[in-house]
Write a protein that binds this ligand. Structure first.
Ligand SMILES: CC(C)(COP(=O)(O)OP(=O)(O)OC[C@H]1O[C@@H](n2cnc3c(N)ncnc32)[C@H](O)[C@@H]1OP(=O)(O)O)[C@@H](O)C(=O)NCCC(=O)NCCS
Length: 430
């Protein structure tokens, strides 16, 4: 990246567009505690969160130095210093097929005050974020979303799905391998450094996982001031026979006041580097006394645990769209990943915002490496930027989108090329 994402001026197009409505689009100086506090409180209010204490806000500020914060201000409201719309973004790395990464613009904190909704503020912010990312030379943008109805219009497609599993532990006797791993409780301090190193160690194994900046990890460990759930969190680690960390789990327990044998265990994070640690930690949570239900959040679509218990139907699955991607630079994005089969295919991509628009020749060699160029050849397949985002990680099948009428033409080769041997999965919200 040639230009610094923190110093690049605010997008002039959206700024001009909002100025006509007497609104001001600007960046937030995170070094200014008052400016940050006003932005952070507006963002919290936008998500209907509780009012945060000064201490909590100041702690959050200590994490945001690497993030670019944007706001929209309306000088005519009772609190003119508080933005009426917010967004934040930062450069991150997202794993792509082939144990490689692509640089991405992670966008978060998109809110518009209920007093200013449906006047195009979110559109101005989102388009500004995309133009900024493009200017910075980032090939894709990424989001996790509150509602799946918002971002398709900006060219994002759901690229990695996730599943919440609800497991009736009384029906789920362990039938999986017997692990040699050792599970033991740890404090947050004990896991903080080593756990993050493990997250980084396994990140390239799964397309869709992203590199963490500080707040994403510390939030998982319950380290944020004012986190109501923090005191309920329990942490365990799993070591191999050499004593090396190969996995950890973060969970919380909630009692059922009507029956103390029916606690619910929420498995919030489970990260493993080996099959042995995976078996050890899953068995540990499923066999806990006084627990009748385990709810595991944001798990991959190909979770093996269903095959490790006595009753397949003891595991109920609810699937959701999770990681949304938006391709901003077709050659850079496609050349960043490895493809599963060689061949050549011509893609026609339409994109109202222009970034991905064009007819592209995608040529993949025997090693899975891609060369992408503009072509005048007739397209084999046609799609919009949304579908390109959806199929990018191999998490959504081009054949499915063809059957759904979202992709037209012959997607047979595309199907073979885009496939990923590991299901795309992002295990956190950001
Ligand atoms: C979602 C939110 C940011 C939209 O802000 P907004 O300023 O009202 O949106 P805009 O007026 O710019 O709308 C842009 C487009 O999105 C559509 N849209 C906006 N919110 C939508 C929603 N929740 N569902 C479906 N469509 C939506 C608008 O109809 C408009 O469509 P069009 O341009 O095709 O006509 C705002 O309602 C909000 O803050 N919601 C609560 C927080 C939240 O969910 N944030 C998203 C985090 S991922």
């Amino acid at each position: 990246m040639g230009t610094d994402h923190l110093t690049l001026p605010v997008d002039p197009t959206s700024r001009e567009r909002l100025r006509t409505d007497n609104l001001r689009l600007d960046l937030v100086d995170t070094a200014d505690p008052d400016a940050y506090a006003a932005w952070a409180r507006a963002e919290s209010r936008g998500f209907h969160s509780s009012v945060e204490t000064d201490e909590a806000i100041e702690q959050r500020r200590s994490y945001v130095g690497g993030r670019r914060l944007t706001g929209v201000w309306d000088g005519t409201v009772a609190e003119p210093f508080a933005p009426v719309a917010t967004s934040e973004a930062w450069p991150t790395e997202i794993t792509v097929p082939g144990r490689r990464s692509v640089s991405a613009w992670a966008i978060s904190g998109v809110t518009v005050a209920p007093t200013h909704r449906r006047h195009g503020l979110a559109r101005a912010l989102l388009e500004a974020e995309l133009r900024t990312a493009h200017e910075l030379g980032l090939p894709i943008a990424a989001l996790t979303v509150s509602e799946s109805t918002i971002y398709g219009r900006f060219g994002f497609g759901p690229a990695a799905l996730a599943r919440d599993l609800t497991i009736d532990t009384r029906r789920a006797a362990w039938t999986g391998p017997v692990s040699t791993g050792r599970v033991h409780f740890v404090s947050t301090d004990q896991l903080r450094d080593e756990g993050l190193a493990l997250v980084e160690r396994v990140r390239l194994a799964t397309p869709g996982q992203m590199s963490y900046d500080g707040i994403l990890w510390d939030r998982q460990l319950g380290l944020m001031v004012g986190d109501e759930d923090a005191k309920k969190l329990r942490l365990v680690r799993c070591d191999d026979s050499a004593g090396d960390l190969q996995g950890f789990a973060v969970f919380k327990l909630t009692e059922n006041p009507a029956d103390f044998t029916q606690y619910r265990l929420d498995l919030l994070h489970l990260v493993t580097a080996t099959d042995d640690a995976y078996a050890a930690l899953w068995r540990f949570v499923l066999e806990m006394d006084l627990v009748s239900e385990v709810v595991a959040h944001l798990r991959p679509v190909d979770e093996p645990v269903r095959w490790m218990v006595s009753d397949f139907r003891s595991v109920k699955v609810a699937e959701l769209d999770h990681l949304w991607l938006r391709v901003l630079d077709v050659p850079a994005a496609l050349q960043a990943r490895t493809f599963a089969a060689p061949g050549r295919v011509v893609l026609e991509v339409t994109d109202p915002l222009g970034f991905a628009e064009g007819t592209w020749s995608l040529e993949v060699d025997e090693s899975g490496a891609a060369a992408v160029s503009v072509t005048e050849d007739p397209p084999d397949v046609r799609m919009t930027a949304q579908e390109l985002g959806a199929i990018y990680l191999g998490g959504v099948s081009p054949a499915t989108l063809t059957a759904a009428g979202r992709l037209t033409g012959d997607a047979t080769r595309l199907e073979a090329m885009f496939r990923s041997p590991v299901a795309a999965w992002l295990s956190i919200w950001f």
